[in-house]
Design a protein around this ligand. Structure first.
Ligand SMILES: Nc1ncnc2c1ncn2[C@@H]1O[C@H](COP(=O)(O)OP(=O)(O)O)[C@@H](O)[C@H]1O
Ligand SMILES: [Mg+2]
Length: 334
């Protein structure tokens, strides 16, 4: 038995679908039959171009959206099941989210103290005003800010500091699982590493599990244990981070990787770049069969007819592509 087989799955996403009604009749399939799991204590990176359904997946996992179909299990319990208020509160305490835009996600009229203490108040985690204050000061220290910042307002802070406030707010209820939805995309490059380092330090200290969403594969590589690649509402590849970078199987993943510049100029010159043709099709009217086929350099007839299933092509390495499908791989001259 491999090590991974013994690890506890904190989150299990099973055939998750999230459709949105747009206009009078149209249905937008933002997330369409996505399955994956996240082990306790790991960072699972979720990548893909803008609009492929990463945020919707995160938001449905954390119950900000109801699922259209499928389920999400947290510690084995269906998060979309009917819950009593007490259960719901308990559940909300375990899962927190950090948002991309640290400004829009912080109430401009509230002091930093009240922003951070919101969860403490909701969950009754402080018995007195003094204890509440102390908890807030401790959280500020934890994220690299200090007590003097407590009575200020969000606009008085830089982007990086605001993101630290967002992190402190998430930590206030002592969660097990944090979804970080492009937490550094809006920050200056010089600040990005600091926030990533902080998230990693907190993970180590507190045994946190992360779903780390990003559109940039190079970013996710360093922080993630495993990575999932989404395309137009589907999960097309899942593997351990190093394995995914060393042996990408899906043509889409290869294309994403080839877009990342490498520091070695000789290698940079010699390597083959895969330029994707066209734009991502609309999730209102996705292509038949494999959704990537309209942009795939290797697509054949079968790709328009049959949607490939996610299958384990190498140990722990899953891919949804007919190239690796025993039934159909003969259709390719590869
Ligand atoms: N609340 C919503 N109502 C309608 N469409 C939405 C909503 N949220 C997201 N979408 C659409 O769902 C698709 C996936 O969006 P999103 O999950 O935000 O992608 P990503 O985070 O990967 O950029 C996009 O086409 C987006 O326009
Ligand atoms: Mg998003």
């Amino acid at each position: 038995m491999t090590e991974t087989a013994e690890r506890e799955k904190l989150i299990e996403v099973k055939n998750l679908k999230k459709y949105f009604k747009v206009g009078k009749k149209a249905i937008l399939k933002a997330v369409d039959d996505v399955s994956f799991h996240i082990y306790r204590g790991e960072t699972f990176g979720l990548v893909g171009e803008s609009g492929c359904g990463k945020s919707t997946t995160g938001r449905t996992i954390i119950r900000l959206y109801e699922a259209t179909d499928g389920e999400v299990l947290f510690e084995g319990k269906n998060v979309h099941a009917k819950m009593s208020r007490k259960e719901l509160k308990e559940f909300n305490k375990k899962m927190q989210m950090i948002f991309q835009d640290p400004y829009a996600s912080l109430n401009p009229r509230m002091t930093v103290k009240d922003i951070i203490a919101e969860g403490i108040d909701i969950h009754g985690l402080a018995k007195s005003k003094k204890e509440r204050d102390e908890k807030v000061y401790e959280l500020l220290e934890t994220v690299g800010l200090n007590k003097e910042h407590a009575n200020r307002f969000p606009h008085e802070f830089s982007g990086g500091q605001r993101q630290r406030i967002g992190i402190a707010r998430a930590l206030a209820v002592d969660p097990d699982f944090i979804i970080a939805d492009e937490p550094i995309s809006a920050l200056d490059v010089s600040i990005q590493a600091q926030v990533v380092n902080l998230l990693q330090k907190l993970q180590k200290e507190r045994g946190l599990t992360y779903l780390f969403i990003a559109h940039d594969l190079s970013m996710v590589k360093h922080i993630s244990d495993r990575v999932g690649v989404m395309y137009l509402g589907n999960m097309v590849e899942v593997a351990e981070s190093d394995e995914l970078y060393d042996n990408p199987l899906h043509p889409y993943t290869e294309a994403l990787l080839s877009a990342i510049p490498v520091p070695d100029p000789n290698y940079e010159r010699s390597r083959e770049r895969i330029i994707l043709k066209g734009d991502v099709p609309s999730p209102v009217n996705p292509p038949s069969g494999c959704r990537f086929r309209t942009r795939c350099p290797l697509a054949t007839d079968i790709c328009a007819q049959v949607a490939p299933k996610l299958r384990e092509a190498r140990e722990g390495h899953w891919v949804a592509c007919h190239l690796y499908d025993d039934e159909y791989k003969h259709a390719f001259n590869k």
